[in-house]
Ligand binder design. Structure first.
Ligand SMILES: Cc1ncc(C[n+]2csc(CCOP(=O)(O)OP(=O)(O)O)c2C)c(N)n1
Ligand SMILES: [Mg+2]
Length: 296
């Protein structure tokens, strides 16, 4: 691990700035790509797409205590697109929930870090996920529980297009609007690519922003690039700018980000990474990490 990275991660409680988060996200991409190559399994495309969003949450935003993962007052994060688990595991490890070395056990028989996150096995995982379309309903429930118990925590739910293709998500969208559920934030990793094609081919969401607003949500009006920490941190400012609920933010992202031949390709959604592509890809990822490191 680079010296700068070690130094940053030695004080994970500090709120990182955008340059630091961009650098961390790139370093985390290297770990994700390496583990998925080693294990010959997993989902690179959607993991890479969400790197800056998840890193920003854990290194700038969430009120959490990795030493006490079940702390009742913690903010919750639900990775509704649970197939991007290697991203969450890498970030949780770097944030101090478990050793980074454990990510190399990904999807081995008997390991606690399976292909999809399991809340009863992995410290820091607030909700088991993998079957698309469940995360937002659970987020609604967690925040209604906060209302009943007078707690102040928030729940952030991250979806891709797949969850938004599920009817259950739209039930949750309707109900959350009816109840004006406080503390509930829907974050959409809008890379416009799914498992076996583009969202335009599979089930177009366009005009997504208008739909979410029409369902009664407070949608962030800003256009954000979800692969830039500057934009993600700005979206956090927007979240704090009023008390109107529930809130949603759409982030434009790129699936398979920062490995040129995987960007925007559904064929890289989930596939075994061969040696040749690993060598090419890791070189590209390291070059971007170095560029981002220079800005820290
Ligand atoms: C209910 C359900 N149906 C199908 C799948 C299989 N599946 C896993 S990921 C995926 C596509 C997800 O696309 P998206 O949500 O856009 O994810 P991302 O692009 O962020 O990887 C599908 C269909 C699933 N996990 N759950
Ligand atoms: Mg997608």
């Amino acid at each position: 691990m680079e010296e700068k990275l070690k130094k940053l991660l030695s004080d994970p409680e500090r709120k990182m700035n955008a340059a630091e988060i961009n650098y961390l996200a790139s370093a985390f991409r290297e770990n994700m790509f390496t583990v998925l190559h080693e294990r010959q399994t997993g989902h690179w495309g959607g993991a890479s797409s969400a790197a800056e969003i998840i890193t920003s949450l854990y290194f700038n935003r969430l009120n959490i205590d990795p030493k006490n993962p079940n702390w009742e007052d913690r903010d919750r994060f639900i990775l509704s697109k649970g197939h991007a688990s290697i991203n969450l595991y890498t970030v949780l490890a770097a944030r101090g929930y478990f050793p980074l070395e454990d990510t190399h056990q990904f999807r081995t028989l008997g390991a606690y870090l399976q292909g999809h996150p399991a809340m009863l096995k992995v410290p820091g995982v607030d909700m088991s996920s993998g079957a698309l379309g469940h995360g937002l309903s659970i987020g609604v429930g967690i925040q209604l529980a906060a209302r009943l118990s007078g707690k102040k925590y928030w729940t952030y739910v991250l979806t891709g297009e797949g969850c938004l293709n599920e009817g259950s998500t739209w039930e949750a969208i309707m109900y959350a609007a009816k109840e004006k559920v406080k503390g509930l934030v829907l974050m959409i990793d809008y890379n416009k690519v799914q498992l076996d094609g583009t969202e335009a081919d599979i089930m177009p969401l366009d005009p997504l922003a208008e739909k979410i607003k029409a369902f009664g949500w407070h949608l962030c009006p800003n256009k954000y690039d979800g692969n830039k920490a500057e934009d993600v941190l700005d979206s956090f400012k927007w979240m704090d700018s009023d008390d109107i609920w529930p809130k949603a933010v759409i982030y434009d992202t790129i699936k398979g980000k920062d490995v040129s031949f995987s960007e925007g390709k559904n064929t890289w959604h989930g596939c075994a990474i061969d040696d040749e592509h690993y060598e090419l890809g890791i070189k590209e990822l390291k070059a971007i990490t170095a560029k981002r490191e220079a800005l820290v």
